[in-house]
Write a protein that binds this ligand. Sequence first.
Ligand SMILES: C[S@@+](CC[C@H](N)C(=O)[O-])C[C@H]1O[C@@H](n2cnc3c(N)ncnc32)[C@H](O)[C@@H]1O
Length: 110
Amino acid sequence: MAGGKARKEKPKPNAVAHAPYQGGISFHKLKGQHILKNPLLVDSIVQKAGIKTTDTILEIGPSTGNLMKKLLEASKAVIAVEVDPRMVLELQRRFQGTPLSNRLKVFLYF
Ligand SMILES: C[S@@+](CC[C@H](N)C(=O)[O-])C[C@H]1O[C@@H](n2cnc3c(N)ncnc32)[C@H](O)[C@@H]1O
């Protein structure tokens, strides 16, 4: 701006209200909610964990289940604990009626 004062940007009124809307769910970043989007990263995590088909896994905070899906495919069972009821609903929708569902238990804890 030649000769004028630089205009100050208005602060956003509420960071949570501006969280991106993805997969039908708005994520609350302040609660640590974000999803693993890169399938190669998810594969790498599962591979490095050295999971055996006889293992039962405890997942804390599965969110919408991107990592969970791979964990279920690699293990005997996954027990998950999630604080957000919207995520629990989404997980039920995602895995209901699939062969993975009988190896999964999700608990809502809050
Ligand atoms: C970073 S996300 C998990 C991403 C997920 N693993 C994926 O595959 O995309 C973290 C999740 O943990 C949940 N969470 C935060 N605090 C928690 C707690 N104390 N106990 C259980 N879940 C929690 C959040 O609601 C959120 O769904």
